[in-house]
Design a protein. Structure first.
Length: 289
């Protein structure tokens, strides 16, 4: 699996620094380790996945350890995106015991959360059972941590939707309501106005009825978001969209329903639960020497 370099996003470095500042406070000190662990003490620690999971954030964990002490030796045994069994060692850290302890919780917070997102994403991909259909994330992410969580979706085999409000147009029901209130016209004109304003961006519009879809298709959006539709209706909508635009199913989709939806012919399925409901994975740091 080829993954992007998460550190190309400047906010990633900034957030790692912020997380360490949050933990070390205004005195920039781990007072417990400073008072109980000799500065010359050397340690070897294993970062262990205590439950089966898909990994994400191993490289972020390494960066945390290196920010605390660049002299720490970090050996990645299992890379991001891999599926691992319970009790697998994924990272070995050698060096100052004080530094390892200082970095421990921040490193774990990142990798536990990111691996949780990757793991639930992989489960959705597996149950969908249709490699032709893309599993998309949403903007329902932890504030400030979108770069980490969307990277984690990629680690689980998912696909990133738009990153934010700036890189694609997604016209939803409240946009349409506002447009209609001001202009007295419907979805077709709204799509046309968005394309005129931002001709270089992909245009997607949300519809929840077949009549709305037919009107939207007259302006040939790049995508339509088919909201809260049962499989039979989704199939009808897919047929209408053939040769015109791509289709995304969305709205309340879960592990019980995604299998049937993935067989309707839609191009993509978006699931907010990939990020807003992912539990953290049990990973721990164990001193072995």
């Amino acid at each position: 699996m080829e993954l992007p370099n998460i550190f190309e996003k400047p906010e990633v470095s900034e957030l790692i620094n912020l997380a360490l500042v949050e933990d070390l406070g205004p005195i920039n000190k781990d007072v417990t380790s400073d008072s109980t662990v000799p500065p010359e003490e050397h340690a070897v620690a294993h970062l262990v996945a205590r439950e089966a999971c898909h990994l994400s954030g191993v490289n972020v964990a390494v960066e945390v350890f290196k920010r605390v002490n660049p002299e720490l030796d970090c050996e990645i045994l299992i890379a991001d995106g891999a599926a691992v069994a319970a009790m697998t060692t994924v990272l070995v850290i050698k060096g100052s015991a004080q530094s390892i302890l200082t970095a421990e919780r921040t490193a774990l917070n990142f990798i536990q959360r990111m691996s949780g997102v990757a793991t639930i994403t992989a489960e959705y991909v597996k149950i969908a059972g249709n490699p032709r259909v893309k599993l998309l994330d949403t903007r329902k992410t932890t504030p400030g941590h979108r770069a980490f969580e969307k990277y984690a979706v990629l680690c689980g085999g998912g696909t990133n939707h738009r990153i934010g409000l700036y890189d694609a147009v997604l016209i939803k029901d409240n946009h349409l309501a506002s447009w209609k209130k001001k202009h007295g016209t419907g979805v077709g004109e709204c799509v046309a106005a968005a394309r005129a304003k931002y001709p270089g961006l992909k245009i997607e519009v949300e519809v929840d009825t077949i009549d709305q879809l037919k009107e939207a298709l007259t302006t040939r959006p790049d995508w339509v978001l088919l909201d809260n539709m049962p499989p039979a209706v989704l199939r009808e909508c897919v047929a209408l969209c053939a040769g015109v635009c791509r289709t995304e199913a969305s709205g309340g989709i879960n592990l019980d329903t995604i299998g049937a939806i993935a067989q309707t012919g839609v191009d993509a399925i978006s699931v907010g639960a990939l990020t807003h409901s992912a539990p953290s994975i049990d990973l721990a740091l164990d001193f072995v020497e």
